[in-house]
Design a protein around this ligand. Sequence first.
Ligand SMILES: *[C@@H]1O[C@H](CO)[C@@H](O)[C@H](O)[C@H]1NC(C)=O
Ligand SMILES: *[C@@H]1O[C@H](CO)[C@@H](O)[C@H](O)[C@H]1NC(C)=O
Length: 204
Amino acid sequence: MKIIFLAFFFLLFFFFTTLPSTTAADFVYDEDGDEVFNGVTINYYIVPALRGRGGGLELGKKTKNETCSFYVVQSRNDTSPGLPALLRSPEFVPYLEEGMPFRIRFDEEIPPCVRQPAIWEVVDEFPTSWSVKVSAYENGEAFKLEKSEKYGPYAYKFVYCRPSDNVCGYLGIKNRRLVVRDENPFIVKFRKGHEIHFGGASIV
Ligand SMILES: *[C@@H]1O[C@H](CO)[C@@H](O)[C@H](O)[C@H]1NC(C)=O
Ligand SMILES: *[C@@H]1O[C@H](CO)[C@@H](O)[C@H](O)[C@H]1NC(C)=O
């Protein structure tokens, strides 16, 4: 009897703790229709939902004046998926949900001059634009995903919300760079990258 009661209590506990908070949020799905993991299980390539106008997101190539490039850019190579990234929300949930704030970092093939972790942040380069760059600084969860119906299922827009005043904007591409701009959001899909193991990554 005691065991049954305990099992029941455990089930009840499990049920309540796994229910999403009040509103039923939609999960974020990868291009295969599987839920996108929150954090450390698999990394994802971020590829354009619309094919043929460049590839996935990666780090820019350095220009003559720079010792290193920290800009997040869209690959010029249509067939390149870019660099795999980890998306992580502090919420204690296995999968990302639409509208859930998360941080994001590139996870592999990072040039030695870039300090790791290569976490995305938005820098205000007034008057040109707010560009997305990587830095090793833990700058909180400023990104969210919003579903886009434009190019079929499992396509999303990135929303950036500035932590200081919560002013938000979509991410788009301007001269290859990923920037905050409300016109023409960059519509992406998530492609499974590699399974993460302690001490290295291996191909799924
Ligand atoms: C490179 O640096 C020089 C000297 O600081 C500057 O005059 C020039 O405009 C820079 N070039 C580019 C492409 O940023
Ligand atoms: C474009 O990307 C594909 C896939 O990553 C790669 O095999 C190919 O070599 C790349 N092409 C160029 C010109 O870099």
